[in-house]
Design a protein around this ligand. Structure first.
Ligand code: BTN
Length: 222
């Protein structure tokens, strides 16, 4: 594997720590005091769950697609469980959020891929979505090893053959395609049918009067 892994006890956020590490570093922490979620939300981070951040390079205009590479890797790492992927990259167990992924860019063009998996426990209050955990049925170390090995494999596939194979794998795990969804954007909310996952990674939403390509947002199933 390509990774140089650093295990720490408590950090503010593994994503924040990872900003000062070179490409192919992985920061793993037992706890975070200021875990970050998407859109500036808090990611509750008690001991017992997996918190890791991987530093990768610059994939230019394809960098946002790393979120799907990571989503597929996490789904594959947890494929002993009936997991699904919710666009863009939430991992669901029984329709509830089990893992989240947060991409950040550094000033010098590296990319931080932050991954949180609810191995032992899940937050029950103040979340946008219902959450799930693996209930401690597997160790954090095992989930960490499986995620990092799958991420290494899917990154190599992405680098050598492009996004198409990742998209196919994502579709294998996809939840909600063909179903009615509501997508919450920063400034408005749209409802329609989740028609397709485009070759560029967009959610294709058919509303009552037009088809819209959405590149970021929170999806809710009806
Ligand atoms: C989401 O909102 O779904 C993304 C959550 C990402 C959480 C992980 S935990 C490890 C890494 N460090 C952080 O501060 N956040 C990410």
């Amino acid at each position: 594997m390509r990774w140089q892994i650093h295990h720490l006890d408590m950090v503010v956020s593994t994503n924040q720590t990872a900003h000062s590490f070179p490409v192919n570093s992985v920061i793993v922490a037992q706890q975070q005091s200021g875990g970050r979620g998407r859109y500036g939300r808090v990611w509750e981070s008690p001991k017992g769950n997996l918190y890791l951040s991987v530093v990768v390079g610059d994939y230019e205009y394809q960098t946002p697609l790393l979120a799907f590479v990571a989503g597929v890797a996490v789904a594959e790492a947890l494929s002993d469980y009936p997991v699904r992927l919710k666009w863009p990259n939430d991992v669901l167990l029984d329709g509830r959020k089990l893992a989240g992924i947060l991409l950040e860019r550094t000033d010098d063009g590296r990319t931080i891929v932050g991954i949180g998996v609810n191995v032992a426990s899940n937050p029950t209050q103040g979340m946008l979505y219902e959450t799930a955990s693996l209930g401690g049925t597997v160790s954090v170390a095992t989930v960490e090893a499986n995620v990092l090995s799958a991420l290494d494999m899917y990154l190599t596939q992405f680098e050598t053959t492009g996004f198409a194979g990742i998209r196919d794998r994502w579709l294998h795990y996809a939840a909600g395609i063909g179903k009615e969804v509501t997508v919450r954007l920063p400034d408005r909310q749209l409802s329609g049918i989740f028609q397709e996952f485009s070759p560029e990674g967009a959610l294709v939403l058919a509303t009552s009067d037009k088809t819209i390509l959405i590149s970021a947002g929170d999806v809710f199933f009806k």
